[in-house]
Design a protein around this ligand. Structure first.
Ligand SMILES: C[S@@+](CC[C@H](N)C(=O)[O-])C[C@H]1O[C@@H](n2cnc3c(N)ncnc32)[C@H](O)[C@@H]1O
Length: 402
């Protein structure tokens, strides 16, 4: 029995049992491609409501790009789904982060996992990334792929059965479990993903396990429960390299997750509205949390790669100087858009202490819907989260950046 996990792909690779394929109609108005279930002998893949099906047996043994016909004679091309196509199209119980946004989040983490055997991470520390909530598992799968090269090849994932045909089969299964368990204990990179819902977590496990025969599954530890509980069972000294929060009331978890982050670790928060990012900024200021807000990026339909926002607290004195500077600019000069035109001034608790919130897109004039990704970085404990006073020049020039 081979102890090495393998998923092969290439022009000559034939589709085998449990592979997932993307079926794209060869001609016609190009309806959305169909993502199959894991291919099982004897099963059928419905191609459109009431419009035929394709037998999995007709796909098994075929290569990517081959053509297959459904029961109505319509031709489909067999393709291998990319990770993005898979997470966007796989059946879901909750809304995932869509593929263009997961790519952005992973690139913001700027991961550089070293290969096993390379001693360039300063003593082979484990790379540990924490994610809450797991949801559909879309971001989990992207993170698991990003760290994959840091781990040695995984042994086969053992099947857990309640009954075995004979004692030898049971012994073999136990041995396989032992090998897998041992391998997991020696991983150099782990994605910890947590959801409060056992149902969503179970579904996400299937999503991750079904992709490319479970290729990235061994890099992930799935947890069910509360963030507080999970973190309280970890070492007291900060041990997480990075963390990502995609769940309601993100601000409730900034302190506890920030504490578990190693110095200079990245924390990414995904919020559906800018006001939630503002809540986080206020909390960081009020509670003196050692988190530096590095970037705020609006994502959603119509933005390629996201649109950067300028979100920060400033003293009103600097703000009014900036406003008057805009009004004084001469008629011949190309006038920069005024701070009022570009900005949303939001009432915040920090206003009582003499602060105002600047909150505006760095490019463009309109504020439209979509989600917001904020990238924070863990600072030293004595870090002062906001600057006392912004110079008016900085205030204006920052809207021209990027
Ligand atoms: C929008 S989904 C996350 C989607 C996920 N990022 C993805 O890419 O597929 C939000 C998840 O957060 C979970 N959740 C909500 N509140 C939570 C909490 N307090 N602790 C842990 N998980 C929570 C929900 O059960 C849900 O599955």
């Amino acid at each position: 029995m081979s102890l090495q996990f393998s998923y092969t792909t290439g022009p000559k690779t034939q589709r085998k049992e449990n592979d997932i394929v993307l079926l794209k109609q060869k001609r016609g108005k190009d309806p959305a491609p169909i993502l199959s279930k894991p291919l099982r002998p004897g099963s059928l893949i419905a191609t459109e409501k009431g419009r035929g099906s394709i037998a999995a047996d007709d796909i098994l043994g075929k290569r990517a790009r081959d053509i297959v016909r459904n029961t109505k004679g319509i031709e489909f091309r067999i393709l291998e789904p990319s990770l993005g196509e898979y997470t966007d199209l796989s059946p879901r119980l909750v809304t995932p982060i869509y593929s263009q946004d997961t790519s952005l989040i992973v690139s913001l983490l700027d991961l550089h996992p070293s290969n096993p055997g390379a001693d360039n991470r300063g003593g082979h520390d484990k790379l540990e990334i924490f994610e809450a909530g797991t949801g559909h598992g879309a971001l989990t799968l992207n993170l698991a792929r990003a760290v994959h090269g840091a781990n040695t090849p995984a042994p086969p994932i053992p099947q857990i059965k309640s009954e075995y045909e004979n004692a030898d089969a049971e012994l073999e299964a136990n041995a396989a479990q032992g090998i897998y368990h041992n391998w997991r204990g020696n991983r150099r990179a782990i994605i910890h993903t947590l959801d409060q819902s056992a149902l969503y977590s179970k579904h996400a496990q299937k999503v991750v396990k079904d992709y490319r025969q479970g290729m990235y599954f061994p890099n992930v530890d799935f947890h069910v429960g509360s963030i507080g509980n999970f973190l309280s069972q970890r070492p007291e000294t900060p041990s997480l390299d990075h963390a990502i929060l995609d769940l309601p009331n993100t601000d409730h978890y900034l302190e506890i997750v920030g504490k578990a982050l190693k110095s200079n670790g990245a924390l990414i928060t995904w919020c559906p509205s800018i006001t939630q990012i503002i809540k986080c900024i206020n909390l960081v200021k009020e509670s003196h949390l050692p988190l530096l807000l590095v970037r705020v990026i609006e994502v959603g339909a119509g933005f390629s790669g996201g649109r950067e926002w300028d979100v920060r607290l400033v003293k009103p004195r600097a703000l009014s100087k900036a406003k008057s500077q805009v009004t004084e600019s001469g008629p011949d000069e190309e006038e920069p858009p005024s701070v009022e035109e570009l900005s949303v001034f939001v009432n915040t608790p920090a206003q009582n202490e003499g602060w105002e919130m600047i909150c505006r897109p760095k490019v463009g004039m309109r504020i439209v819907g979509g989600g917001f990704i904020a990238l924070w970085r863990k600072m030293e404990q004595d870090f002062e989260p906001v600057m006392d006073e912004e110079s008016p020049a900085d205030l204006l020039s920052s809207s021209d950046e990027s």
